[in-house]
Design a protein around this ligand. Structure first.
Ligand code: NCD
Length: 302
């Protein structure tokens, strides 16, 4: 199998540390006037997105360009996928143009793993169904480290639609390798008990106040309506029980930070006062998305 990045679960702690350290080097590059290096000059990165994306797709594209590579983005809705082409045929077609790597997002869990077995091109997973979103976990870890200096011993509450969240799964895999105390919280219908077995150090609760008490990091997740087949509960009711509001912040540690992978839905997962507060690092996460994806592209393609 060509070396791409399919998930966090199979990575060693040292590999994660190396990527996070390299992302730190790239943070400062972003603030320099000459933003392009030619580390990946002559390389071609194809971004193939079968699901909507703003942050992930744009930041992979910017990351590739800052390293001097060429980047082409394709969305399923604007491609021959709408003419009935299968995933394998689309990937073989793109592979025949000899890209250096394919960055791919798909609604089916395991789609990039399947393709990685059949294609010679390295594949970077940009989110597969409800399974993994490895670069999101890396940028989340980078953001926590920037604020707290360490992951070891922190208490991280992940709150929302855990059942359908690839972000939660990748974050749990990453954080558990660093001795983080992880609390997963959401309504019982979105919090399957088997998630407690995902990794060491994970506990579950349906109480948002219990999850937030003494938390160093509060990570809110979007309710993934596109993956839910059962009737959704009304937005107002969800916010009443699971929405993060300013008064919740008194329960957390004084320096606690609020994170969200985006896109945020104000008044559903969190209030505007929290989203725009000093505790919110949501835009720092976006900024780190570029640095982390530069580190990943350099490792995979460089
Ligand atoms: C997440 C995703 O697509 O999994 N978004 C992202 O990449 N920043 C989370 C979400 O869509 O809610």
């Amino acid at each position: 199998m060509p070396a791409g990045l399919l998930g966090i679960e199979g990575l060693e702690r040292a590999e994660i540390e190396a990527l996070l350290a390299r992302a730190k080097d790239f943070q400062s590059v972003q603030h320099q006037p000459l933003k392009r290096s030619d580390a990946l000059r002559g390389k071609m990165i194809v971004n193939l997105f079968y699901e909507a994306s703003t942050r992930t797709r744009t930041s992979f594209e910017i990351a590739a360009k800052r390293l001097g590579a060429d980047a082409v983005s394709i969305t399923a809705s604007g491609s021959s996928v709408t003419k009935g082409e299968s995933l394998v045929d689309t990937l073989n077609t793109l592979g025949a143009m000899r890209p250096s790597a394919i960055v791919m997002r798909h609604s089916a869990s395991g789609a990039p793993h399947f393709l990685a077995k059949h294609l010679p091109t390295p594949i970077i997973n940009a989110g597969d169904g409800t399974h993994e979103h490895p670069t999101q976990a890396l940028l989340d870890a980078r953001t926590i480290l920037d604020r707290r200096g360490t992951l070891e011993g922190l208490r991280v509450a992940i709150i929302g639609d855990i059942a359908h969240s690839r972000v939660a799964r990748s974050d749990v895999h990453l954080l558990s390798k660093f001795g983080v105390d992880i609390v997963l919280c959401g309504p019982a219908s979105l919090l399957p008990p088997e998630l407690a077995d995902l990794a060491p150090g994970v506990t579950l609760t349906t109480s948002i106040t219990e999850a937030i008490r003494n938390a160093d990091v509060i990570m809110m997740l979007r309710v993934q309506l596109e993956r839910q087949h059962e009737a959704a509960f009304p937005a107002g009711e969800y916010f009443r029980f699971y929405g993060l509001r300013l008064e919740h912040m008194d329960l957390a540690k004084p320096e606690a930070i609020v994170m969200h992978p985006g896109p945020i839905n104000r008044g559903r997962e969190l209030s505007s006062e929290v989203a725009d507060s000093q505790s919110s690092v949501i835009l720092n996460q976006v900024e780190n998305g570029v640095a982390v994806r530069m580190a990943v592209l350099e490792k995979v393609v460089g």
